[in-house]
Design a protein around this ligand. Structure first.
Ligand SMILES: [Zn+2]
Ligand SMILES: [Zn+2]
Length: 410
């Protein structure tokens, strides 16, 4: 039976948390101060220690420090809990080697899921939620209620890390949801912007958490063709366009121009160049053996230059980039007929994307970046067409059209 030690000076928390873990057949030890906690760890070698920060005698920080300085205790996982929630404290416990942090009061289910993850009984959460699925321009109205009218924004959670793919108008609602979730506690996020066309950045000035002091967001994208990334974001908030300046956003904003893969200490993000007017990249997020690949916006090279090499090496590169991914989120904007009039605009047809997913051996394909002229009824037909094609061609993946508000667990 796996052992968990809970160190907390609050007897009611010891009781409730113990009960929750015992209900899962975990052997629970408890200590009500740091000194006793350290003694029990040495004596019983639990798999996980749930450690409160504010305790009499020895503070949680020094318990953690002592645990991490003893090589024999290195395999012990540590979940720190605290009611304070200062960003600096959270950062400090991470630096000291805690595996997870939970803010008090915590939800018992979340508590169990975190402990289960540390016990190796459950994979860390890896989920994707669509907040904006529309391409080019926001299209609110009764005809777009089902698939959504907000432009590109996708939330990705890797364990406790928050990643955001693009900052189209969908990011406003994501911001509201995050503010509700964090209830004023500061938090961090990593925003990956595939390119800086309006439909991928226009929601940023309405991203509420960026106005809250103590929050921190890193915005990753390419340096623009004509100006640095930060100037592009600053530019869209110039007084000619917007009443509030970028400098009035009180969160700590870091602009990071991509030059290599990004290692977020858990999730790892790589990128590939796409075929789109200006500069654009797609991203792949790898986390604990699973991955999501995000290709927006992209026109198949071979379609644009039919007289070139076949298969076009740049198409091969994009396919390889997405190889064996668990979820491929790919833009798909046109029918074959529509494409002829829009060749060279930097977008793919539905068929192109199905072929791309099949070549990459993706397990699931989510089509998104819906064309503004495509209403719900039209997109329903597109989804039927895609599923029929998958069946007829014996493609080995599941396929659907992304809808605003939809969540996918990986
Ligand atoms: Zn776009
Ligand atoms: Zn674009």
């Amino acid at each position: 039976m796996k052992k968990v030690l809970i160190v907390d000076d609050d007897p009611s928390i010891l009781q409730i948390a113990s009960m929750r873990l015992r209900a899962e057949s975990v052997e629970v030890l408890t200590a009500s101060d740091g000194a006793e906690g350290l003694r029990l760890v040495r004596e019983h070698r639990p798999a996980v220690v749930v450690l409160d920060l504010m305790m009499p005698k020895i503070h949680g920080f020094s318990v953690l420090q002592q645990l991490r300085s003893d090589p024999a205790l290195r395999p012990v996982k540590v979940l720190v809990t605290s009611a304070k929630g200062y960003a600096s404290d959270v950062e400090r416990v991470q630096q000291l080697g805690a595996d997870r942090y939970l803010h008090k009061p915590y939800n018992l289910q979340e508590f169990w899921e975190t402990v289960a993850e540390l016990l190796g009984e459950r994979k860390a959460r890896f989920s994707v939620r669509f907040w904006g699925t529309r391409g080019s321009i926001a299209t609110p109205g009764p005809a777009t209620v089902k698939y959504g009218g907000n432009t590109a924004c996708t939330e990705v959670r890797c364990g406790q890390q928050l990643l955001i793919l693009d900052a189209g108008t969908g990011i406003r609602m994501l911001g509201l949801s995050l503010q509700e979730e964090f209830e004023g506690r500061p938090f961090k996020g990593h925003i990956f912007v595939g390119h800086t066309h309006w439909d991928h950045i226009q929601g940023f000035p309405f991203f509420g958490p960026a106005f809250q002091e103590g929050n921190e967001f890193t915005i990753y994208s390419l340096r623009g063709a004509e100006k640095p990334l930060e100037r592009i974001f600053r530019g869209q908030m110039d007084s000619d366009y917007f009443p509030v300046r970028l400098t009035e956003m009180k969160a700590h904003l870091i602009f990071s121009e991509l030059e290599s893969d990004v290692d977020l200490g858990g999730p790892r993000v790589s990128y590939v160049f796409l075929n789109h007017p200006g500069l654009a990249v797609g991203f792949r997020i790898r986390f604990e053996g699973r991955s999501v690949t995000y290709i927006s916006d992209h026109e198949t090279y071979g379609r644009l230059n039919p007289d070139g090499q076949h298969p076009n090496p740049m198409d091969v590169e994009v396919v390889q980039f997405a190889a064996n991914t668990d979820l491929l989120i790919s833009e798909a904007q046109y029918t074959e007929e529509e494409y002829e009039a829009k060749r060279g605009w930097g977008h793919s047809t539905f068929l192109d994307v199905l072929e791309r997913a099949a070549q990459a051996r993706a397990k699931t394909l989510a089509l998104f970046h819906h064309d503004p002229s495509h209403e719900d009824r039209f997109l329903d037909d597109v989804e039927d067409f895609c599923n029929k094609t998958v069946q007829e061609r014996n493609y080995d993946f599941r396929c659907f059209l992304a809808r605003e508000g939809m969540t996918v667990e990986l």
